[in-house]
Design a protein around this ligand. Structure first.
Ligand SMILES: CC(C)(COP(=O)(O)OP(=O)(O)OC[C@H]1O[C@@H](n2cnc3c(N)ncnc32)[C@H](O)[C@@H]1OP(=O)(O)O)[C@@H](O)C(=O)NCCC(=O)NCCS
Length: 226
């Protein structure tokens, strides 16, 4: 019995060593981006985002060798264990981090750059039953807030920030912040965008009309005040 426990312990330590070597970059990223992560051991043991990524790297290997059933099986086992569903076909860059994780879905033709951070409940999905490239392409250093949905074959530019619960269905230029449903750009290159003046990044024409009406109403109220 003691011998068996000893063997299991050694196997476990070997596994921890292998993961900490192969996924050193990702572990460092987690420690950098999540102040709650205190040690490498804690990250390896408890971070579902890391577990999902490890499973995905293995599933993606089988997917690329055309072993689609094995790949999907690994991906589904991972989903049961982590609550994160990454299709084995998805291409994911370096230092990827899914924080909290539960409820994340990443579609088959998604392409994700380096240093991307997703929070729980993010969907990188398709919009219908179309075939071919039907999921988003996410640039480098993009952050996608909790519950956000990024849908269709669109491109999210480098350094973009997608706000919590946004629904994004159109391309997003680099260095922009997008919020709302449907997503509208509120900031670009560090500058706030006045939606009423912006005719290039029109993502929500209804919102613009409402805002224009609001301004006219304010002006009328001021005029008619005694
Ligand atoms: C979008 C976000 C990054 C804020 O970016 P910011 O550039 O600092 O934006 P501001 O706070 O200046 O807000 C700009 C406008 O967008 C609105 N806004 C901000 N976040 C929003 C959101 N998620 N949904 C809708 N509107 C939002 C603000 O009310 C503000 O509106 P106003 O100009 O009419 O007053 C942030 O609010 C967010 O959603 N972060 C996600 C964080 C997350 O998911 N954390 C998970 C932890 S577990």
């Amino acid at each position: 019995m003691i011998l068996l426990l000893g063997i299991l312990l050694v196997l476990f330590m070997v596994k921890v060593y292998v993961i900490s070597t192969i996924f050193a970059e990702e572990i460092k990223t987690i420690q950098k981006r999540d102040p709650a992560a205190r040690s490498v051991f804690e990250v390896i043991l408890l971070y579902q985002g890391l577990h999902a990524l490890i499973h995905h790297r293995i599933a993606h290997f089988f997917y690329r060798k055309n072993h689609f059933l094995t790949a999907r099986w690994i991906s589904q086992v991972s989903r049961s264990l982590t609550g994160i569903e990454i299709h084995p076909g998805a291409t994911i860059g370096r230092r990827f981090f899914i924080d909290h994780g539960m409820g994340v879905v990443i579609g088959e033709t998604t392409v994700i750059g380096d240093d991307v951070l997703l929070y729980q409940g993010v969907t990188l999905g398709g919009t219908g039953l179309e075939k071919g490239k039907r999921h988003p392409t996410i640039g480098n250093t993009v952050v996608i807030g909790t519950g956000a949905k990024v849908l269709g074959n669109i491109t999210i530019g480098d350094n973009a920030y997608i706000g919590a619960n946004a629904v994004v269905i159109k391309d997003v230029p680099p260095n922009s912040t997008v919020v709302g449903v449907p997503g509208r750009i509120t900031k670009q290159d560090g500058k706030k965008i006045d939606v009423s003046l912006d005719h290039i990044h029109v993502l929500d024409p209804i919102m613009q009309t409402v805002e224009a009406l609001e301004k006219r109403l304010d002006a009328l109220e001021k005029k008619t005040k005694p």
